[in-house]
Design a protein around this ligand. Structure first.
Ligand code: SAM
Length: 242
């Protein structure tokens, strides 16, 4: 997969690409990430990327010309998905990350100021993605969030060590609690099922804990999940007595 990022502050993104899974995936040749400075696609001496809004009001708008040049230059030899990171976009989820991981070329546009000229959205953008219902000062961090989530689910990105299996949302449920050594720490012990060595018992405990945690923290996720009769009986058994 190839990911091109168009940003005004590449320095926010670049260091995070040099560590961990993202670095390994790039080193293995499974992912190529190029971060471009939008100013390199300007044609004037001052490398102007923004201008005042028509109609007046506070804040600057990112000009269309540099963005059109950047997108057209970078997608010349491929049909890239052109994604504008914006709080107005589709909410980013694990399943969207997995769907995007099947694409061959993503081109990410990071906004700044009040955002981009509408004509860029009309003509070039194929997807708009939001990382949450809050407004950040720029699209660089949202782009990094997307790259990290997509990069780690690319085929062969994760070793057994960091396996995505069982991660929160991988089956529409939150992850179960995890423990490592020591078996007792400050009076808190590891649940007996995990020490039993009985794989069936461990799998059952983990599944029940995922159900319990999801019911406590994100009950709306259970509405989309296919609960079995055993799941329903377990969740009922966890409800406090009236
Ligand atoms: N005026 C815009 C609005 O209300 O929709 C917000 C502009 S914001 C200050 C500047 C840039 O940050 C946006 O163009 C976008 O690229 C990025 N951004 C801010 N919050 C974001 C979010 N929640 N998800 C994705 N991108 C975001």
């Amino acid at each position: 997969m190839r990911i091109d990022v168009i940003a005004l502050f590449p320095e926010i993104i670049l260091p995070a690409l040099q560590v961990g899974i993202l670095k390994r995936t790039q080193d293995a040749g499974n992912l190529t990430i190029n971060v471009h400075n939008l100013r390199d696609f300007t044609a004037d001496r001052h490398q102007t990327v923004d201008d005042y809004p028509y109609g007046g009001g506070a804040g600057m708008i990112m000009k269309p010309e540099p963005l059109f040049t950047a997108v057209r230059t970078l997608s010349r030899d491929s049909t890239a998905r052109v994604i504008y990171l914006t709080p107005q976009g589709t909410p980013f989820t694990q399943s969207l990350a997995e769907a995007l991981s099947l694409e061959s070329h993503l081109l990410l546009i990071c906004g700044r100021y009040k955002g981009i000229d509408e004509r860029v959205r009309m003509k070039l953008v194929t997807n708009e993605i939001s990382i949450g219902d809050y407004v950040l000062s720029g699209g660089e961090i949202p782009a990094l969030v997307l790259i990290d989530a997509v990069g780690r689910v690319l085929p062969r990105a994760l070793g057994d060590y960091e396996s995505a299996q069982g991660d929160s949302f991988s089956q529409e449920l939150l992850d179960h609690p995890h423990y490592t050594r020591p078996a007792e720490f400050e009076g808190m012990t590891v649940p007996e099922a995990l020490l039993s060595g009985n794989h069936e018992k461990i799998t059952e405990w983990r599944h029940e804990q995922s159900l319990k945690r999801t019911a406590e923290q994100r009950p709306e996720l259970l509405e989309k999940y296919q609960l079995t009769e055993e799941d329903i009986a377990y969740l009922d058994s966890q409800k406090p007595e009236r």
